[in-house]
Design a protein around this ligand. Structure first.
Ligand SMILES: [Zn+2]
Length: 305
């Protein structure tokens, strides 16, 4: 039976008016007429309520390739550097923690400095996080009582693009922070060099991603949050192999197993000493793209006033 389709307003400004941008194999992307946010509309019900993620455990999040990539020490190194700059210690919640790799690396690198918990809706991924010693909650973030003590930091690494109503999650996050507490939001950058070169052939324009932010639209969403100050905006990560592969493709959706395999390979390249010169060249390009806001992901660090 085909999934039920849900219509939605703009996830940034709640405006109802939009124009069609393109349709990729049935995935309809539209642009808000008011704030120019790009988002999927309509959305299949089981992507909207998160129930599809339980089924995704084995083919993607728990595939040996994806796990090997996530648990490689270089994975999350940029996120951890940014996080440390603004949060030297304290109580941390990682929303959409998946297999727990960010918190695992953070605690391994800075033992005793963070009291960390992850929360997610994907049961099999959380089993893996627990097996690595990461403390997890198997509840919905919006419905969970986190107790009276406010949090020092909340992270959303590649999560907000999956949510029907990302503003609701970020509002809740800001409420849970102490004054001066920090919230980090990383999303794929719809203004990246990769999107500019590939258009709709880009592999990360696919059914799991409901929202396609730029630094501008993410900033606009942050401006709707109460008692929130933007501390830092940046753009990070660059994977030229994805650009080369997707440029050659016919724009089909890339299967989960294939995406996982490439992630493991590229993480492996980052550890190969023979590739040091290539890596330096790519890092140089990444830094340049980051400066121009054209790297693969756009990131905001927010502070509760
Ligand atoms: Zn809008």
């Amino acid at each position: 039976m085909p999934a039920r389709l849900l219509q939605r307003p703009c996830p940034v400004c709640a405006g109802p008016d939009h124009t069609a941008l393109f349709n990729k194999h049935g995935l309809q992307l539209v642009r808000c007429r008011h704030c120019s946010m790009v988002y999927v509309n309509p959305v299949e019900e089981d992507w909207a309520d998160g129930s599809r993620y339980d089924q995704l455990g084995t083919p993607f999040y728990l595939s040996p390739d994806k796990l090997q990539s996530d648990y490689n020490p270089v994975r999350f190194s940029r996120e951890i550097r940014l996080f440390r700059r603004f949060v030297p210690q304290g109580r941390v919640l990682d929303v959409g923690c998946s297999t727990g790799a960010f918190l695992f690396h953070l605690q391994a690198r800075y033992p005793g400095e963070y009291e960390a918990t992850g929360i997610d809706v994907s049961g099999p991924a959380l089993d893996h996080a627990e097996s690595k010693g990461v403390r997890v909650l198997r509840t919905s973030f919006l419905d969970t009582d986190f107790g009276p003590a406010p949090l020092d930091a909340i992270t959303f690494w590649a999560v907000a693009e999956h949510l029907m109503d990302p503003g609701r999650f970020l509002r809740r996050a800001m409420e849970l922070l102490r004054p001066g507490g920090r919230c980090f939001v990383l999303v794929p950058n719809f203004r990246s060099l990769a999107v500019r070169l590939l258009g709709q052939r880009y592999r990360y324009i696919f059914p799991q991603h409901l929202n396609y932010f730029t630094a501008g639209t993410l900033g606009r969403l942050a401006s709707t949050l109460p008692a929130t100050r933007v501390l830092h905006t940046t753009s990070m990560h660059f994977n030229p192999i994805v650009i080369v592969q997707d440029a050659r493709s016919d724009g089909r959706f890339v299967p989960d197993e294939e995406r996982a395999r490439l992630l493991r390979k590229t993480t492996g390249y980052k550890n190969n000493p023979l590739l040091t010169p290539v890596r330096h060249a790519i890092s140089g390009v990444e830094a340049l793209l980051g400066t121009c806001g054209l790297a693969d992901n756009t990131v905001l660090a927010l502070e509760r006033r």
